[in-house]
Design a binder for this molecule. Structure first.
Ligand code: SF4
Length: 473
């Protein structure tokens, strides 16, 4: 049985025990970690960046799954898969083949790096807190009862539990608990279990909530959230006061690195695309590029930033500079060659690194499109999920074949909450008929227009292959 202390405050001796534990041979006895003690060992710059990037993949996947209203079981399965690729964390019961200490060390260090990265603004702190809590909750619910209790005991997390006599004296009030005779009850300040109170799932008396062991998760999540929230506040204050000149550029670099990797992935899915074959790919374009393409066809022209956005997208598809020039030349059909060469060709070549500084510009990812160079009146570049009014977005969605009112509302609700990329992913799923969470073609949150195109083409190929296989049988 779980033993209970008088107080739930962590004291200095528990802190120093934790420090010692992380320095010992079995530094990480548990999968679970409250991240109370920062790592003190030296790590390489490469590790610093790659650990942060790998944890970001897991948190971003979690964000996408939650925002897309997946079922809890589905989220668990999905995050287990993602974690196995980026941040594996096996339990003590797993095969001996896994390097448990290494896995937990990476988990520990990566948490602290991202804690620094995300402590800098309130929005970032809120985001990090939300998804770290969600991640901890998944991990906690995956562990067996012995592991959970052993972890809590090592963390010195204790609550007052009712003695047998106290329990008997409250039998009438607590008997609703399904397993009253066997159950252990904790007496807790009611504000520590807001979710249980909100669900009326707990007995309240004089400011105390009487929580059965079965609802342990609520208590643990309260502790985890409180501690991380305070730690993030502290980290942000120390940033403001110290403005550590060595660490700041590294933290910026992590964000850039993440964006950078998103930008330099290989999106090429078409062999030797030409200026003409672009038109056959339109059905695979994300909404931002559909919008630019339609405007280009109607007006035979695009303004400067729209041209850059679309030209770099074409570059990501694999068009050579000559094919891109041919595409634009044909598209600007009412502009004569001399004017085209004078006013437009230079910039198109410039995007390809064939002019000026000869910089090889990457196709823009969603984050860049959403946050940088936002369109003014009369400009049409950017991300429609961000830039369109709800009325315009609704019309556009209907025009693109999204007719189900519930689907439209879901997308509008996501954009209203500023989850533009998740809205785009939802749009992908709806328009491609990916409405079954178990469909193996389900995708991660869209990070890049060219990734959208690639996913759409792959989906079509997979479906054709499956149909052909069926016909062969
Ligand atoms: S989320 Fe990205 S791919 Fe989707 S429409 Fe916006 S910019 Fe384009």
């Amino acid at each position: 049985m779980y033993s209970i202390d008088k107080s739930n405050k962590r004291n200095l001796s528990s802190y120093s025990n934790e420090v010692k534990r992380h320095q010992g041979r079995n530094s990480y006895p548990h999968v679970l970690n409250f991240y109370g003690v920062p790592p003190t060992e030296e790590i390489t710059i490469d590790e610093f960046e790659s650990f942060a990037f790998d944890r970001m993949q897991v948190l971003k996947a979690l964000e996408g799954a939650i925002l897309r209203n997946k079922e809890e079981e589905e989220i668990k399965k999905h995050i287990d898969n993602i974690s196995n690729s980026w941040l594996p964390l096996h339990s003590n019961e797993s095969d001996k083949g896994y390097s448990l200490q290494e896995e937990r060390r990476k988990d520990h260090i990566s948490h602290f790096i991202l804690r620094l990265v995300y402590s800098r603004t309130e929005n970032l702190r809120t985001w990090f807190l939300k998804y770290e809590c969600a991640l901890f909750k998944l991990r906690f619910s995956r562990e067996n009862k012995e592991e959970r209790l052993s972890f809590l005991k090592d963390e010195n997390i204790t609550w007052k539990n009712l003695s047998q006599a106290e329990k008997e004296s409250m039998a009438n009030e607590l008997h609703w608990s399904s397993n009253f005779d066997e159950e252990t009850f904790f007496e807790i300040d009611f504000e520590k279990v807001p979710d249980l109170v909100a669900r009326r799932a707990v007995y309240l008396k004089k400011g105390k909530a009487y929580v059965p062991m079965a609802d342990l998760l609520s208590l643990v999540m309260y502790e985890f959230r409180q501690r991380l929230s305070k730690a993030l506040e502290l980290a942000s204050k120390s940033f403001i006061t110290s403005r550590n000149e060595r660490i700041m550029p590294m933290l910026d670099e992590i964000i850039k690195q993440y964006d950078g990797r998103m930008q330099t992935s290989n999106y090429s899915v078409v062999d030797d695309p030409t200026s003409d074959s672009v038109h056959q790919l339109v059905e695979h374009f994300p909404l931002c590029m559909q919008h630019l393409y339609q405007n280009l066809c109607e007006n035979l022209h695009l303004k400067h930033f729209a041209r850059i956005q679309f030209n770099l997208f074409l570059k990501g598809i694999g068009l050579t500079v000559d094919e891109a020039l041919a595409f634009w030349k044909k598209s600007f059909s009412n502009i004569d060659d001399a004017k085209f060469q004078k006013d437009y060709a230079y910039n198109i070549r410039h995007n390809y690194g064939a002019e000026g500084k000869r910089q090889d510009y990457k196709p823009l990812n969603c984050m860049s499109i959403i946050t940088k160079q936002r369109p003014n009146t009369g400009q049409i570049h950017g991300c429609p999920f961000r830039e369109f009014s709800p009325t315009n977005l609704r019309s556009k969605l209907v025009q693109m074949g999204v007719r189900n009112e519930e689907h439209i509302r879901e997308i509008l609700s996501l954009t209203d909450r500023e989850h533009y990329q998740v809205a785009c992913t939802k749009y992908f799923e709806i328009t491609k008929g990916l409405l079954d969470d178990n469909d193996e073609n389900m995708i991660e949150t869209i990070e890049h227009p060219n990734e959208y195109l690639k996913a759409s083409i792959s989906l079509k190929k997979n479906r054709m292959k499956m149909n052909n296989n069926k016909d062969d049988k």
